[in-house]
Design a protein around this ligand. Structure first.
Ligand code: NAD
Length: 311
């Protein structure tokens, strides 16, 4: 008998989580406050699993049909949660809503269950503080689309029990995600802190007129991006010299001088600069072509994920 995972909220992220857990052999129950959304989600999941199977990017060892069999829909929260060892909340990013949902879950939690939130920005301290079982709550933040981008940021609240962090990390590894564990809750977690540092510098170079929007994006997609798809910044330092100590001896002073010229954060992303970038995108990615471009992005990420699994 497979272990059970419960998904609360069956939108975009709830659907991806369901597919990821089913690919790892878990039995998955999905609940949504909107009954129609549950059946819509089940249909979309089935379609995506079969499509990925045809495209050769289905995860897990079983077929699309076998994985779909593991996923069931529920319109009653208690029924969805009953017998689950792990819950993954995926409701919209609204603090009052998350607080309400975790209050509802509180009476269903046991001392061994894990209640994880997919929250992108809100840490456990912002929505779980008044719960009796707040020690069982953690953030497990995926990156869109999580089926093809494996990073999961595990973020504890001040009172999260250590075994909750360990169990969450183990379950993420079991289903093929790539978890990192923050030792404490910080705004932006890790990914967005690093992402905003990059955008800050891009924005400043745009404002100073040093690079065009097209060339800014090229720095990432044709420069840093390909490298970072395989090795991180610390390993890059290690490999770009005879080890990281040698790198610091050779390049730390030069890097420090460059960093002294960086714009001091925080930078406000102003609408005047945003308008100029929008104008640059008017022929290549006009607003009505964004869904097509998102699909293209996800297809390319699927191909990259397949390649990375072979490396
Ligand atoms: P979504 O709007 O696609 O889906 C949310 C679902 O929650 C809807 O189906 C809605 O009916 C349901 N819902 C609303 N209230 C509910 C309730 N009380 N109980 C049960 N279900 C309820 O949202 P999403 O994009 O899937 O995002 C969900 C969470 O994941 C958010 O916290 C978001 O920040 C996070 N996240 C999103 C992305 C992304 O790119 N979309 C990436 C990482 C994390």
């Amino acid at each position: 008998m497979s272990e059970k995972v419960a998904i609360i909220g069956s939108g975009l992220i709830g659907q991806f989580w369901s597919m990821i857990f089913a690919s790892g052999g878990y039995s998955v129950s999905i609940y949504d406050i909107d009954d129609k959304q549950v059946s819509k989600a089940l249909t979309l999941i089935r379609e995506k699993l079969h499509l990925y199977e045809q495209q050769g990017c289905l995860r897990g060892k079983s077929s699309a049909a076998e994985q779909a069999q593991l996923i069931s829909g529920h319109t009653d929260l208690a029924e969805c949660v009953e017998g689950a060892c792990y819950l993954q909340e995926c409701v919209p990013e609204v603090v009052d809503l998350k607080t309400k949902v975790f209050q509802q879950l509180d009476i269903m939690l046991t001392d061994t269950m894990v209640a994880a939130s997919s929250s992108s920005c809100l840490g456990p301290s912002q929505f779980a503080g008044s719960m009796q079982h707040r020690d069982r709550v953690v953030v497990a933040h995926p990156v869109n689309p999580p089926y093809f981008i494996p990073l999961v940021e595990i973020v504890p609240g001040p009172w999260t029990a250590p075994d909750v962090l360990e169990k969450t990390r183990a379950i993420m590894e079991k289903v093929g995600q790539s978890p990192i564990t923050l030792r404490k809750e910080v705004p932006g977690f890790a990914l967005n802190r690093i992402q905003y540092a990059i955008i800050n510098e891009c924005w400043d170079m745009l404002k100073q007129g040093i690079l065009s929007p097209e060339d800014i994006d090229k720095v990432m997609k044709d420069g840093l991006g390909p490298r970072y798809a395989f090795i991180g910044p610390l390993e890059t330092m290690h490999l770009n010299a005879d080890g990281i100590v040698d790198y610091c001896q050779r390049y730390a002073d030069g890097a420090y001088k460059v960093c002294e010229t960086l714009a001091p954060p925080p930078i406000q992303y102003d609408l005047d600069t945003a308008g100029k970038v929008l104008n640059e995108f008017k022929d290549t990615i006009p607003l009505d072509k964004i869904p097509d471009r998102r699909q293209w992005r996800d297809d390319r990420l699927a191909a990259l994920a397949t390649l990375k699994r072979q490396c």
